[in-house]
Design a protein around this ligand. Structure first.
Ligand code: SF4
Length: 325
């Protein structure tokens, strides 16, 4: 049976003047209705490219899906026409970007911008029905509806992100892609926005992919987690699978060591040495080889498979014999 979102063996590249950038290299991901997935990885790992591929918003001429499929409720999004895709965006799948200013039009009132989503996707609603929905949405995101006649510059960063969340949710989409939605905000505001997203998402039974570089955020808000490295999902599972730390990909293990632990005394955090391989010249074998403390000869020559134990999957030879393929 098809899930809400089913991504199979997705390869995406950017064809630039300087060469081909291999951004996604065989991504597989599945999400059910109402589920929350944290997609974790460092800058350049392919997180945003994955979100843009789902929405078919890769840069024209440059971004190219080489192979694979992205199915939404059993329908391959890659086969839809531009007009069919317009109906999916906003109505079925919406996106919250990192910087709210890039999502808001500075020349229009915020109320008008939230309402535009309804004008586009819910033409059958009367004007007063739309207004009622807009008022309710402002109320739900914690902004007095009277303020909908103001412009983006009259709001703080946190308030602007609340407005963007209102825009993303007003059409009650089945899936939200939230790309680092709190990174541009102060720490105290981050917690408020995450709490708000969790509340609203439960209210609307919306599935969400929360894109972040912070494993700490994921545990508060998600039920599943996928770690992405060099355009590949190198570990995925439930929060329990990954956060109990009994079995992890060496990269995930390294990410955990970078999180301060208030319960133990340690003078320094342990960073992961080195950097991700050049996406224009990816190595043949394991993409984490150069940075891995457990590397073996075979890791350099051949790419490891995905080894599975129940809901937990790890792409690393350390699990070749213990888990099934
Ligand atoms: Fe390290 Fe080898 Fe596992 Fe890659 S496959 S993460 S190099 S042990």
């Amino acid at each position: 049976m098809s899930g809400l979102l089913d991504i199979k063996d997705l390869y995406v590249q950017y064809n630039t003047d300087d060469g081909v950038v291999y951004a996604l290299n065989g991504v597989n991901l599945r999400l059910e209705r109402g589920e929350n997935l944290g997609l974790v990885g460092e800058t350049g790992a392919g997180k945003t490219t994955l979100a843009l591929s789902i929405l078919r918003l890769l840069p024209d001429q440059v971004g190219e899906v080489k192979s694979g499929s992205i199915e939404y409720e059993g329908q391959n999004l890659l086969g839809l026409t531009k007009n069919e895709m317009k109906k999916i965006r906003g109505e079925k799948i919406s996106m919250i970007f990192q910087d709210p200013m890039t999502s808001l039009n500075p020349t229009k009132t915020v109320g008008l911008q939230v309402r535009e989503v309804l004008d586009l996707h819910f033409k059958e609603l009367s004007s007063s029905e739309k207004q009622k929905k807009v008022d309710l949405m402002f109320h739900m995101v914690g902004i007095p509806p009277e303020r909908q006649h103001e412009y983006p510059f009259q709001f703080s960063g946190g308030m602007k992100q609340r407005i963007v969340i209102a825009m993303a949710l007003i059409a009650e989409p089945a899936l939200i892609l939230a790309d680092e939605p709190t990174t541009a905000l102060d720490v105290t505001i981050q917690a408020q926005i995450l709490a708000l997203m969790r509340l609203l998402q439960a209210e609307f039974n919306t599935a969400m992919i929360l894109i972040t570089h912070d494993l700490g955020i994921v545990v508060d808000i998600c039920t599943k987690v996928a770690v992405i490295y060099s355009g590949q999902i190198i570990e995925s599972g439930t929060i329990e699978d990954v956060y109990t730390k009994t079995a992890n990909h060496p990269y995930t293990e390294g990410l955990f060591k970078c999180i301060p632990d208030l319960k133990t005394e340690s003078a320094r955090l342990t960073p992961i040495v080195g950097s991700m391989p050049d996406p224009e010249e990816l190595p043949e074998g394991c993409k984490f080889y150069d940075r891995c403390n457990y590397r073996m000869d075979k890791c350099r020559d051949r790419e490891p498979g995905n080894y599975v134990n129940g809901t937990h999957s790890i792409k690393c030879y350390l699990y070749e014999e213990k888990w099934s393929k």
